[in-house]
Design a protein around this ligand. Structure first.
Ligand SMILES: Nc1ncnc2c1ncn2[C@@H]1O[C@H](COP(=O)(O)OP(=O)(O)OP(=O)(O)O)[C@@H](O)[C@H]1O
Length: 307
């Protein structure tokens, strides 16, 4: 039974819109894949908001829906139901030409397979030029932008090389330059460090952070690598096609005057008020199907049902 103390704060007259000012808003997002008679629910009501300028890591077990989420945000795949907005674009209601414009100008996408991002017979400079030519950018501006981006990403001296003449890390840097060519507001990266060794992976991740901080591009990066996810201020964990928890990290100064990073884990509550209680907590207190929920002055408690 829910107990209600008398001194409850009055609820606001109108609840604020979910994800109001955020750049990316996914609400109750569903993606069902149908293969013959088999139906796979890759996303099962996922909620996510990302503010402009944020860098967010998305983590989760294999098959949890991370790539599906990124493909939807990239405009490559379309959701089955729910709400997904990026900037001013409603991803559930886009014409073909909207989708082309969205993919060309609003989001940049970097795939997991480094080689899959690049054209084997083009040089780095030509590849960065390609999306700008599609966007009808004048030649002089294209040239300047390609030089600027390749320099910023540390591959300026390799501008005339083809992918086969570049290492995995260099290929990934070029792929990021290509993704940023048309100045998108959002950069999406699906396991960008998955095929790289630890040192190269840390360097590429450093590049993504620079892109976020120096260019102000909002970055969403899917990763399996805890060393990578541990370096961003916010990590979102997906389980079974839903956002299950978030870790927020902030810098603080401890009692000895040393700087340290404090990481705090939060459960994610959906609009209907559903929260997933972690298995360790359930097992520790033998919480089973029915629990006692009580509203206290500043928190809600969940207790074992002793009835
Ligand atoms: N095109 C598709 N057709 C059918 N099922 C699909 C398709 N794409 C993904 N799935 C299924 O949807 C679920 C989520 O897949 P997804 O690739 O999004 O997971 P993931 O978290 O990115 O996994 P991984 O870390 O292994 O890349 C899986 O069960 C997968 O088999």
């Amino acid at each position: 039974m829910t107990t209600r103390p008398l001194s409850l704060p009055a609820p606001p007259e109108r609840a604020p819109e979910f994800g109001g000012d955020s750049l990316i808003v996914c609400e109750n997002l569903v993606r069902i894949y149908q293969t013959g008679s088999i139906e796979v629910q890759a996303l099962q009501g996922l909620d996510l908001t990302v503010d402009a300028g944020e860098m967010v890591a998305v983590v989760g077990a294999s098959g949890s829906g991370k790539s599906t989420l990124l493909s939807i945000l990239a405009g490559i795949d379309a959701p089955t139901a729910g709400r997904a907005r990026v900037d001013t674009w409603n991803l559930l209601d886009m014409s073909r030409s909207d989708r082309v414009r969205y993919r060309r100008h609003t989001v940049g996408f970097v795939r997991q397979q480094t080689a899959g991002n690049l054209v084997p017979y083009l040089t780095a400079r030509q590849m960065v030029d390609l999306p700008m030519t599609a966007a009808r950018t004048p030649a002089r501006a294209r040239k300047a932008r390609a030089v600027e981006l390749l320099d910023m990403l540390g591959v300026g001296a390799l501008a005339d090389r083809r992918p086969a003449q570049l290492s995995g890390g260099q290929q990934m840097r070029v792929a990021i330059a290509v993704a940023l060519a048309n100045r998108p507001r959002v950069l999406l990266a699906d396991e960008p460090t998955g095929e790289l060794d630890t040192t190269t992976s840390a360097e590429v991740f450093g590049v993504l952070r620079d892109v976020n901080r120096e260019l102000g591009v909002t970055v969403v990066v899917v990763t399996h690598d805890p060393a990578v996810s541990g370096q961003v201020e916010r990590t979102v964990a997906i389980r079974d096609g839903r956002t299950s928890s978030e870790v927020l990290r902030r810098a603080a100064v401890n009692g000895d005057g040393d700087h340290e990073v404090i990481a705090e884990e939060y459960a994610v509550m959906d609009r209907a008020g559903r929260v997933q209680v972690p298995r360790e907590y359930r097992e520790a207190l033998a919480l089973t199907r029915r629990v006692r929920l009580a509203l206290e002055s500043d928190h809600v408690s969940i207790k074992r049902d002793n009835a």
